[in-house]
Design a protein around this ligand. Structure first.
Ligand code: BGC
Length: 795
């Protein structure tokens, strides 16, 4: 291949295809979003899920499948999505997403599996295996440190090495090592100062050399920062395309000796492998079984929906109960989120059509607003029924790719509707539809709460079957539900400035709530069943190589068959170095007939006890020990806990584990990391990351190509004009009027355009220099020089 062709092969042909090069026998292959279904676009393409895609099964989103804790189910979903991809001639499915749910407000939490890296990694690995064994490649995303939507194109995720390894990289590590995805998608953001697309340590040293990733790295759409650095880092494919000037720059760099051609060859080799293998697997005239996949989507929802409250065993409902349904969402279910994962379902069931009821009141409108009249009607129908079921949660505009929620509250109308119904009927049940935790100040006033998450196209059928006891609920929360947003340790820091400082370190989700003893509404790993389980006979036995076998008995002590998620947590007793109160290290979902007992066995390995010591922890080493950065098992006593949730520990045994004698790093003493009182201090955080951090928020005169129209608009007239023009064009594009149906799309499109740095606008427009540098000069107050560049007089 010529140098130019090699470089060209490493950027997409269009939105969804690689380039075909018949002269070398290379066809083009297609990719489509994931992660909970196939979003294959045939006509107008976009990365935001706005334009139509072909009909495909909309499986429950990751928030709901994540709550199933069922790896076999993930495997089946992976297989089913792959079958649909094959039928539609798609070679790569862009998913799963394993970014950690660091904070409940992240707009994309519904697309991610968990706040716990072990759970997220294990579930993703099985999804990947399921799809890849059918011959369809997956793309594990977004690598890495992409746990917020605010300023997702520009922010720097500042994460110390230990936290990165123990929390934010672990899910990727498990999924790569066990699932072997053919592609990994690098994130938009920077990680510790370096764009993920240019991050050699991330994409080569860790991903390939340490974890053994054999496939390619593809950029998130528009995430390529610098094509030369990208090649050096091992970033193979730039999507949706490159720009001619960037490719010419790469060729010049090779000619001048600044970049070795061998580096490009490695990238190209991987690309060719992927393309040829994928093309060989394409099948003509393949079809998929729509009905069977709809049933699988229902089964998945049935396993992932979580019963959060069941006072007086209000559920399951008896046949013949007079049921009133309340809420717009009973007529128009919220079953998936907005953005690139948006699926065009093959079928969609509405709760009102499948839940037998005697009365219905709409209770609120689609935006979640209510009125006195609507509330009166809701109270009336609730009053006349034996049981009232309210459908509430978050409406479309609250959760989307592209922006974060501003608080953790439900729409006020939903809260008022629940309260009105609960005051009219003591037997009130709330079915919650939302992609992440919400505040539930009304929780004590209702008898039942069923968390449906975003349950996919067959979600309503699963909800109906759970309400009437045809399915025994078995979902357990994959994220903690704090009482109030302020209880979340990252609340103050989250999305409050250009960069994302992960000051709370390893104290994410239950790791924080359990350690700091902060009361939560519903803990991680929690979920009720219509039956009960008992736990006995815990045994922990050493095996070879620092491994342990953990065995216990679980019995179904109720009258109906049910499934239980058995969770193994590990905690170091009196650890010198700060560590969370417990961490999930193994789990299994088992089904039990009434009265049946099953023995459950887990294996813990060295990693189950290890911590990662980055450079800033080196004085934690014993005097005289000069060791490399890496995973170490601290010697000491460990509690091995079997829980039915992170809070409810059923069995515990303490063991002594051999390992290294480690002391805490000097900066830890009396800090927040040790006491968990107050807030993490900036000074200690800087010691932990190893440098002093200053936020690079620019002002007029300092703006660079890394700044966005949105950031510059308040200080620059020309940027304000650009902002308003973008808003106008986008508004026109969604029909000229912002409605409930298009508001999320509007906000997402706006944030994706005015939130992009000038640099990426320049790359996607393929116009190097002039225009964008001119605009930048003008934003910085150099109007004439800027104009000169704009019209091409000044270079
Ligand atoms: C999203 C990715 C998605 C891609 C293609 C991006 O904006 O972040 O998750 O796969 O678009 O649609």
């Amino acid at each position: 291949m010529t140098l130019e062709d090699k470089i060209a092969l490493c950027s997409g042909k269009d939105f969804w295809h690689t380039k075909d090069m018949p002269q070398y026998g290379l066809p083009s292959i297609m990719m489509s979003d994931g992660p909970h279904g196939l979003r294959k676009q045939e006509a107008e393409a976009d990365m935001l899920g706005v334009n139509a895609s072909v009909p495909a099964t909309c499986f429950p989103t990751a928030v709901t499948t994540g709550s199933s804790w069922n790896v076999a189910l993930m495997h089946k979903i992976g297989q089913a999505i792959a079958e649909e991809a094959i039928a539609y001639q798609v070679s790569i499915v862009l998913g799963p997403g394993v970014n950690i749910k660091r904070n409940p407000l992240c707009g994309r939490n519904f697309e991610y599996i968990s706040e716990d890296p072990y759970l997220a990694g294990k579930m993703a690995a099985d999804f990947i295996r399921g799809a890849e064994e059918k011959g369809v490649a997956t793309s594990l995303k977004h690598f890495a440190g992409n746990s917020q939507e605010t300023k997702r194109f520009t922010s720097d995720s500042v994460i110390d090495e230990r936290t990165l390894r123990e929390i934010y990289l672990t899910a990727f590590e498990i999924a790569v090592k066990e699932g072997r995805p053919k592609t990994v998608m690098c994130a938009y953001n920077k990680l510790n100062g370096i764009h993920c697309s240019d991050h050699k340590k991330l994409l080569t040293d860790v991903l390939r050399d340490e974890w053994g990733h054999q496939g390619i790295v593809v950029t998130d759409w528009g995430a390529m920062n610098d094509r030369i650095e990208g090649f050096k880092a091992g970033c193979d494919l730039s999507m949706p395309g490159g720009s001619d000037y960037m490719e010419a720059d790469v060729a010049n760099a090779v000619r001048s000796g600044a970049l070795e051609e061998a580096v490009i060859d490695e990238n190209v080799d991987r690309m060719i492998d992927l393309i040829l293998q994928s093309a060989a697997r394409l099948q003509k005239d393949a079809a998929f079984d729509q009905k069977a996949h709809h049933e699988l989507a229902k089964a998945a929802a049935g396993e992932g929906i979580v019963l959060l409250k069941n006072k007086d065993n209000i559920l399951p409902l008896q046949e013949g109960t007079k049921v009133a349904l309340v809420g717009k969402m009973a007529e128009k279910i919220r079953y998936q989120g907005a953005g690139s994962s948006h699926i065009n379902p093959t079928k969609l069931t509405q709760p009102k059509n499948v839940i037998s009821h005697t009365a219905f009141a709409v209770g609120c409108d689609e935006r979640g607003n209510t009125s006195e009249e609507m509330l009166k009607e809701a109270e009336h129908v609730a009053h006349t029924a034996d049981v009232a079921i309210v459908f509430a949660g978050l409406t479309e505009v609250y959760e989307s790719e592209g922006f974060d929620r501003k608080d953790m509250k439900m729409p006020e109308g939903h809260v008022r509707m629940i309260e009105a119904v609960a005051s009219a009927n003591p037997n009130t049940i709330v079915v919650l539809m939302c992609g992440s935790a919400v505040e539930c100040p009304w929780a004590d006033n209702v008898k039942g709460i069923l968390y449906a998450g975003l349950s996919g196209q067959a979600g309503a059928e699963a909800i109906a079957d759970i309400l009437y006891g045809k399915i025994n609920p078995s979902g357990k929360l994959a994220e903690s539900w704090p009482m109030r947003y302020e209880d979340c340790i990252s609340a103050k820091e989250y999305a409050n400035q250009r960069d994302a400082l992960y000051k709370e370190s390893v104290y994410v989700g239950y790791r924080y709530y359990e350690s700091a003893e902060v009361k939560v509404r519903f803990p991680f790993g929690y979920g009720l069943s219509y039956t009960t389980f008992s736990y006995d006979h815990l045994q922990v036995q050493p095996l070879a190589d620092g491994m342990y076998q953990v065995i216990c008995d679980v019995t179904n002590t109720g009258n109906i068959a049910g499934k239980e998620v058995v969770q193994t947590y590990v905690a170091a007793v009196n650890s010198e170095i700060f560590r969370p109160a417990k961490e999930l290290k193994a789990f299994a979902k088992i089904d039990l007939e009434p009265g049946q007992t099953k023995q459950v066995a887990f294996v813990l390995n060295e990693r189950s006890f290890a911590i990662y010591l980055g450079k800033t922890y080196m004085d934690a080493m014993d005097a005289g020990q000069v060791l490399a950065e890496g995973w170490y098992v601290p010697k000491g006593r460990y509690n091995i806990m079997i829980g039915s949730s992170s809070q409810k520990i059923e069995l515990m045994q303490t063991i002594s584990v051999d390992g290294m004698e480690l002391k805490s790093p000097k900066w830890q003493k009396d800090s927040w990391y040790e006491t968990l009182v107050g807030e993490p201090q900036q000074t200690t955080f800087e010691k932990m990351i190893g440098y002093s951090y200053t936020c690079k928020q620019h002002h007029k005169g300092e703006f660079t190509m890394e700044d966005t129209v949105e950031e510059m608009k308040n200080e620059s007239f020309v940027m304000k004009l650009m902002y308003n023009a973008s808003a106008m064009v986008i508004k026109k594009g969604v029909g000229g009027k912002i409605t409930e149906d298009n508001e999320a799309d509007y906000r997402m499109m706006l944030s994706s355009s005015v939130g992009s740095p000038l640099r990426s606008m320049m790359i996607s427009s393929d116009m190097k220099g002039g225009l964008f540098y001119g605009l930048l000069d003008m934003a910085n107050g150099h109007v004439f020089r800027g104009l000169g560049k704009l019209i091409g007089i000044v270079k």
